[in-house]
Design a protein around this ligand. Structure first.
Ligand SMILES: Nc1ncnc2c1ncn2[C@@H]1O[C@H](COP(=O)(O)OP(=O)(O)OP(=O)(O)O)[C@@H](O)[C@H]1O
Ligand SMILES: NC(=O)c1ccc[n+]([C@@H]2O[C@H](CO)[C@@H](O)[C@H]2O)c1
Length: 209
């Protein structure tokens, strides 16, 4: 049995969840872990001098809990309960565990490549980007819990994105950047074609082993 772990990273509202939902049914025995499920409770999130809750930093997330989830998948990919789609459970059940079997995992989130312990688990890393104006427009249509207060995008979300991205570029290697303004189908086929090539290499390495 082989494992294949895909990172779907990107800026807020870049289209990570949309791409993940479409990609999951196409990948072999695919489970999903979403970083947004690991935000700390509101009372534990720091507040800056402007009263803005500091949600767009690693400290706002319980990354140790997220890593436990990743290690639990690595230990027993077959028994893992997925967080997004039911059909992944079906494909897990149908799977006979042979030597060629590949179990895949999508880890989806806005701060994946800034966190050292995660870095080594990815087989392939993607990062969705959109321009400032589009990001601000898409974000304004969304309601988070707690909702963004007035001025939050320019006062917290965007400056933290710029900071996180510059740190990420110093640390992380081999990131495939995706233009999140192109059609959903085009992004999906670009990523799926790329992953198919990677999966072929993985299977080839098994046969020659
Ligand atoms: N390729 C695309 N073209 C146009 N709009 C898109 C595209 N992909 C996603 N969207 C839209 O952008 C918004 C954000 O998408 P999505 O929820 O997938 O982003 P996200 O990166 O997961 O956001 P979050 O910051 O909540 O993690 C949604 O309204 C979605 O319909
Ligand atoms: N899920 C949450 O608890 C939460 C609360 C407030 C803000 N957010 C935003 O989620 C985005 C990542 O998907 C970040 O930009 C947060 O601001 C999430």
């Amino acid at each position: 049995m082989k494992t294949f772990i895909v990172g779907i990273g990107g800026m807020t509202n870049g289209g990570k969840t949309t791409l993940t939902r479409r990609l999951q049914p196409l990948l072999p025995s695919c489970s999903v872990i979403a970083q947004d499920d690991f935000f700390k409770p509101e009372s534990e999130v720091a507040v800056d001098q402007n009263g803005f809750k500091q949600y767009d930093v690693l400290d706002a997330l319980d990354m140790e809990a997220m890593m436990r989830r990743v290690y639990s998948w690595l230990k027993t990919p077959r028994g893992f309960q997925t967080s997004i789609l039911d059909n992944a459970k079906v494909s897990l059940c149908n799977n006979q565990d042979g030597a060629d079997d590949v179990h895949s995992l999508i880890i989806e989130g806005f701060l994946l490549y800034n966190y050292k312990p995660l870095e080594e688990v990815f087989n392939r890393r993607y990062f969705l980007t959109i321009p400032y104006e589009e990001c601000k427009r898409r974000r304004s249509t969304r309601i988070y819990e707690p909702p963004d207060p007035p001025g939050y995008f320019d006062g917290h979300v965007w400056p933290m994105y710029l900071q996180n991205r510059s740190e990420m570029q110093k640390i992380a290697q081999n990131i495939v950047y995706l233009d999140g303004t192109t059609a959903e189908e085009d992004i999906l086929s670009q990523v799926y074609d790329d992953i198919k090539r990677e999966l072929e290499k993985l299977k080839g390495s098994e046969i020659s082993a």
